[in-house]
Design a protein around this ligand. Sequence first.
Ligand code: SF4
Ligand code: SF4
Length: 423
Amino acid sequence: MSSQIILNKISTLRKNKVPGQVIIQMTDHCNALCPQCGMRKTAQFDRTKLDKDKIKKIIDKAVENGVEAMSFTGGEPLLFLKDLVELINYAGAAGIKYIRTGTNGFLLRSGTSQDEFDTRVKRVVESLASTPVRNFWISVDSADSATHEEMRGFKGLIQGIEKALPLFHEAGLYPSVNLGINRKLGGSYTENCYKPEDEQDQDYYQEFLIQYRKGIEKFYTFVINMGFTTVNMCYPMSVQNSESDLYSVYTATSRDNIVNFSNNERRKLYEALLDIIPQYRSKIRIFTPLSSLYALKRQYEGKSALNYPCRGGVDFFFIDSKDGQTYPCGFRGNESFGNYEDMDMDTIDRKAFCTKCDWECFRDPSVLFGPALEGLNDPVGLFRRHANESRFFELWRKDIAYYEACDLFDGRKAPNYAKLSQY
Ligand code: SF4
Ligand code: SF4
């Protein structure tokens, strides 16, 4: 990183700001059947798609606001591949540095003739590789192929993705596999662990921890064998069963048991991830920061006083496809900021406070920027926090070094396994 870039980052942090992020839900149309999501194709509601010119206005305003990261999400963005490519190109030309999008993989599935597969996949690979997209994620829900394909409602997904990955790599795009944590992630290991009748049943949680450790290992091994070089995990959302006032505008949630975990289960889930991730960091680039997992685990142990709150509604925003309005995130749907293009960022309350959900898109970067932000704006607070939570800072330093070794997860670069081998 050049010294000028570092100075710019410090100057941003000094203003009590972290580099901005905007997630644009370009559509809620979807063709998949995922039980974990309210946008599955069988869900009954009026589907929407944001107007392209509206999105371009949002992009222009985001650049003016110094936003560095932008995601185009769905629904299924690749249902509108041509528009998506146009918008990514527009955002890149406008100056957005970190552009992300993803797919459920329907355009990559196998099962038809080789010629048809080649033509279809080549079109996707060439279209996306020609844009400045930095990170392209492909969802995989389970370490068991049949389970994943049943959940998504497409046959031939896993085999098709395996065949497509080398083509992406040849074109200079290294897709990330994205797992929305669910009870079937580890196949037979995890699918039978369901909430105990008695919340205090310690034997259940011990078994849960053992099974999820095995399940997570199985998942990482599975996606490495598929040919992925990067992996991310979305933590389970608590919107639907929480006592809080959250109202989800981003309906990538469900009441289905498959994604509902009790607070005690979450504690064990994050513990399992903390145990397993270090064993796989040298084999595949893993986005999930240990410091964030540790903070979430502490939160579910009732010890969150020293956690860094989420920057949703402060530096990070969500644009909903239904009404084109801006929200602090996809889950504080009662707090519309109106049109992003009309927002005056100087009037935003810059005090972050929220820890109401585990949405990794906003929670992870909030934790990662937390110490630097605090160090520059409240060094005494940082010193106090460090004195009380030295384990968190130990993990945070490791995360920063690991992120550096992963080229900040640049999806346009092959992994450097020599660097990763130190982890
Ligand atoms: S998780 Fe994604 S692919 Fe599945 S139904 Fe929801 S929007 Fe569609
Ligand atoms: S923690 Fe972040 S993403 Fe979750 S509800 Fe609060 S602001 Fe939204």
